[in-house]
Design a protein around this ligand. Structure first.
Ligand SMILES: [Zn+2]
Length: 258
């Protein structure tokens, strides 16, 4: 039986139970991980306020059930609620039941914070739409994330806590190759890897040139002209599958495979 939201008083405490699932546990205090725990609060509190108070950025959350029913972030807690909190479900389309945000996150686009440049480059090598600059302001990252439905990849939990962030992932790994592997696994991107489809410099889509448009003086080690040649019409750079590039792509793809 639900009760009215309690008034704010010095002594009145209200009790609910929480259970966080999967990697959301990484954000919790150790004794609260993978278990049902009790949470006390004073006065009216929304789900969003409570989960961020527990250390979990709301942008890492995709589904909240209160007593088995899906709810949004602005739902107020009431006495004895049982709240289950699930991470961003990229492997499973839950857009029909989740009330946390509109639409699916399945259309993958990233914006990467300035400390993860190698990760950004690796994602572009594999063809993923990845915005990156080494001098983004936090607010600029949040704005572009909202404007273009981009998932923020960051090692800064504070960046994900901001009110206006709806899509974000806290990258755990330290090594750039491990980070790349983590992101590909997390968002199940194996089948979407498409090398040489994005400009490494500016992220624009590359256009494959017809054989007649390839400069004849660009040849491989044996003097043969390249058959696949790509151009970025945004920054006017050319890319081709030379041995260095091939090696780089093959190494990353081999590395990220499950
Ligand atoms: Zn470019």
């Amino acid at each position: 039986m639900k009760q009215d939201t309690p008034e704010i008083t010095g002594s009145l405490k209200t009790k609910v139970s929480f259970r966080f699932y999967a990697e959301l546990n990484d954000f919790l205090r150790k004794d609260r991980r993978q278990v049902i725990f009790t949470y006390y609060y004073h006065g009216p509190v929304t789900i969003k306020e409570a989960i961020e108070n527990l250390g979990v950025p709301h942008s890492a959350v995709d589904l909240i059930l209160v007593n088995g029913n899906p709810v949004g972030f602005d739902q107020h807690l009431t006495e004895n609620d049982f709240i289950s909190v699930y991470p961003v479900f990229e492997l499973l389309d839950i857009s029909s039941i989740s009330k946390v945000r509109k639409g699916s996150l399945r259309q993958i686009r990233f914006i990467v914070d300035c400390h993860l440049g190698r990760l950004a480059k690796n994602l572009r090598i594999m063809g993923f739409d990845t915005l990156y600059r080494n001098n983004y302001e936090d607010e600029e990252i949040r704005f572009l994330s909202r404007l273009q439905n981009r998932i923020i990849l960051t090692k800064d939990k504070g960046l994900l806590m901001a009110r206006n962030v709806t899509r974000g992932y806290y990258v755990r790994a330290i090594d750039p190759r491990e980070q790349t592997k983590e992101v590909i696994r997390k968002f199940d991107l194996y089948r979407q890897i498409n090398p040489l489809s994005r400009c490494l410099i500016c992220n624009h889509k590359l256009i494959k040139l017809p054989p007649g448009a390839i400069p004849p003086d660009v040849t491989d080690n044996d003097g043969k002209p390249f058959t696949e040649f790509f151009r970025c019409y945004n920054c006017d750079k050319f890319f081709w599958k030379g041995s260095h590039y091939k090696h780089m792509i093959e190494e990353i793809i081999r590395y990220v495979q499950p």
